[in-house]
Ligand binder design. Structure first.
Ligand SMILES: N[C@@H](CCC(=O)N[C@@H](CS)C(=O)NCC(=O)O)C(=O)O
Length: 86
């Protein structure tokens, strides 16, 4: 069962920045969040609630078929670059 937020995983920028950061406050999520903040990388934070199974939502699996967080998507024109393992 996924949370109601699952439809928010459609592949489009989720804010003003060119980079979407799909994450949840787990150790792997936090360390990348710390890097983005310390490196002053502008990003749109997209919560993926792994306690509710958001990582298994079809729209999220289309972004990261490994059903893991974090995922970074960088939008460059019409061709987003996806970093699944960060
Ligand atoms: N950095 C590795 C590991 C990421 C990872 O293990 N993330 C955990 C949270 S810390 C996760 O998403 N678990 C959810 C699941 O396995 O369903 C990757 O991107 O593949």
């Amino acid at each position: 069962m996924t949370s109601e937020s699952a439809e928010r995983f459609d592949l489009h920028p989720h804010g003003d920045a060119d980079l979407d950061f799909f994450t949840w406050p787990t150790p792997n999520g936090r360390k990348v969040a710390i890097f983005l903040e310390e490196a002053d990388v502008a990003h749109n934070l997209v919560p993926v609630d792994t306690t509710k199974g958001d990582q298994f939502a079809p729209a999220y699996l289309a972004i990261n078929p490994n059903n893991k967080i974090p995922t970074i998507v960088e939008f460059r024109g019409a061709n987003p670059l996806r970093s699944m393992a960060v």
